[in-house]
Design a protein around this ligand. Sequence first.
Ligand code: COA
Ligand code: AMP
Length: 634
Amino acid sequence: MSRYAEVYKGWRADPEGFWGKAAKEIDWYKPWDKVFDENAGVYGRWFTGAQCNTAYNCLDRHVAGGRADQLALIYDSPVTDQVKTYTYAELTEEVAVFAAVLHDLGVVRGERVIIYLPMIPEAAIAMLACARIGAVHSVVFGGFAANELATRIDDAQPKVIVSASCGIEPGRIVKYKPLLDEAIELSSAKPANCVIYQRPMQEAAMVEGRDVDWRAAVEAARKAGQRADCAVLEATDPLYILYTSGTTGEPKGVVRDNGGHMVALKWTMKAIYDTEPGQVYWAASDVGWVVGHSYIVYGPLLQGCTTVLYEGKPVGTPDAGAFWRVIADHKVETLFTAPTAFRAIKKEDPEGKLIGDYDLSHFRTLYLAGERADPDTLQWAEDKLGVPVIDHWWQTETAWAIAANPVGLGRLPVVHGSPAVAMPGYEIHVLDDAGHEVPVGQTGAIVIKLPLPPGCLPTLWQKDERFKESYLSEFPGFYETSDAGFVDKNGYIYVMSRTDDIINVAGHRLSTGGMEEVLAAHPDVAECAVIGIADKLKGQLPVGLLVLNAGVERDPAAIEKEAVLLVREKIGPVAAFKLAFIIKRLPKTRSGKVLRGTMRKIADGEDWKLPATIDDPVVLDEITDVLKARGIIG
Ligand code: COA
Ligand code: AMP
C-alpha cells in the first residue's frame, strides 16, 4: 500500500507542519522564525529568519557524521577514458580550497560567479565552493554559444567566471576559451577574473592580468593552508541563478534559495527516489541544466549518497551499452535521465542486446523527466531492464518534481503517458482561458495554487515584475506552468504540450522566439517563423521558415545555409537547428498573427482546421508544398 494519499492529505491539512518536519533533516545554524512568511517576497518566502549553509549540509556534515571515507562523487568519462573518485573528505577539501581561491579573488557573499564548464568534477567543486562562501553561482551549459553566454554575463554581472580550455563532444573538441573570450568582449559587464581549468586535449591561451590558472591557484592555496569556512547564510539568500528559455531571446534568471531548496531536495531523495544515504545515484544529465543542479550535485550529496558525474553520451561513447557499463561499474541503484537518451539507445540497439553484457543486479529504478515520456520508450525500457520506469514532471523553475510516482512512499500503479500525481507542496488545477476549472479529463492550462513549495523559484534575478508578469498575472492566485494537459479521475496528471513558444529538443528547453530573433537579423530575411516539429529521436526539432526581402536574388540554398549557421553561432549547437526553408509568405490571421500552430500541425501530419480568421488560405497550400518538397511530410 502506498502512503502517498495519506502524506499528501497531511500536507494539505498543515503545509507548514509538513515542511517544518521535513526541515528537521537539515542542519541549521539558527532555526527559522517562520516556516512560511506570507508577507515576504513576491508570494511569500520559506524559512525566514533561519541561517544555514548548503555546502555544509552537502559535505562537512557527512564528514563529521561518519561518511568521510565514503565516495561522494564518481567522475566517469568515456570521452577521456578516465574514472576519478572523491570521498566526502576529499571533496570537502577540494571545495574548501577552491572556495579560498574565489575568496582571494575578492568574491564575497552575494556576488555572482558564472560557471561555464564541461562535465568534469571541477564543475561540481566550483558550484559547491560558491555555496560555501555564499557566492551565487550561475552555470551556463557548454552547448550555448558566446552570444548566449554574454546575455547571461550581462544579467548576472559576475565578479569571476570559472571555465575550462575545452569540452569534448564525440568526434570533436569544443574550444570553450575562445567562446568565453568572445562573450566577455560582447558583454558590457566585465568580470574581474576568469579561472581557467586547462585540459590537455586543448590548452587555451590566457589573457594576462585577467585569467588565472585553476591548478596553479589551487596548489598555491593548498600550500598556503588556505581553506574557506562555510559562511553563515540566510535561508532566503540566493544559492544560484539558472537561466532558462523564455518566450523571447532574453533568458529568465531563475533564482534558487538555500534553505527551502535543501529541505525540498532532501525530502525528495527518499520520498520520490527511494534512495538512502550511502547508495549510488546517477543523473545522466549535465550540470548546465536544472536536473544536473538538483540531482547530480545537491540532492544526492544532501542525502549522503555517491553521485555519478558522467562525461559521455548514451550512444557512441563507445556504444549503446554505455549506460549499462556505468551502472555495472559503479553499482548504480537509481538512474535518472531524459527519454531522448533511451530513444537514442533503442535506435542503436533495438533488441537491447548490450544490456545482457553487464551486471545490473544493483539497479532498482529508472526515472525519466525533461520531456514527455512516450509510451513506446517507457515500454521498451520496462521490458528490457525489468525495473520500474518512473516518469516525473518538473521545470527549471521548480527544482524538483511537481508530479511523480513517489516510490519511497510506496509505488502507485504506473500509467504510461502520465507522470502520475501531484507531490505534496503542489496543488494542481487545470483552467480554461477564462481561468475557470475545466471538468476532469479535459485539457487546459496546468497551474499551481500559490504559494509554491520550498525549492521553487521565489522570483527572477532582480526582476520581480517580470516574474509576476511571466508566471503570476494570467491566473491570479496561481503559478502558470505554461504546460497544458489534463487530470484524470484518479488524479493522474497528463502533460501534453506547452502553451507558449518553448520547444523541447532532446530534453533541452529552447525558445523558438529566440531563434526567430536571430533569423530576423539576417540581412536578406524580411520575416520568419520557427516551429517545433515532431522528431523520433529528439522529441522535437526546430524548423525555420524564412520570407526574403523583396528583390533578393541570391542563391536560396546559400541563404538557408547561412541561416542555419547563424543560429548555431548565436545560440549554439544545442539548438539543433538544421532545417531552414525559404517560403513565399507566412500564413497570418487578418490581425497579422502568424499561424505557427497550424503550420506545426501540417508539418506533423496532424488533423488541422482552417482558422476562421486566416487572411489568405492559399498560403497554407504553399507551405504544405514546401514541406513536401523538403521531405518533412510524405
Ligand atoms: N558542449 C558543446 N556542445 C554540445 C554540448 C556541450 N556540453 N552538448 C551538446 N552539444 C552539441 C552536440 O555535440 C551537438 O552538436 P552537433 O550539432 O555538432 O552534432 C548539438 O549540441 C546537439 O546536441 P544534442 O541535442 O545533445 O544531440 P546529440 O546528437 O549530441 O545527442 C542525445 C543526442 C539524445 C544522445 C543527447 O541529447 C543526450 O544524451 N541526451 C540526454 C538527455 C539530457 O541530457 N537531457 C538534459 C535534461 S535531463
Ligand atoms: P526544463 O525547465 O528545461 O526542465 O523544461 C521543463 C519543461 O519540460 C516542462 O515545462 C515541460 O514542458 C517539459 N517536461 C519536463 N518533464 C516532463 C514530463 N515528465 N512530461 C512532459 N513534459 C515534461
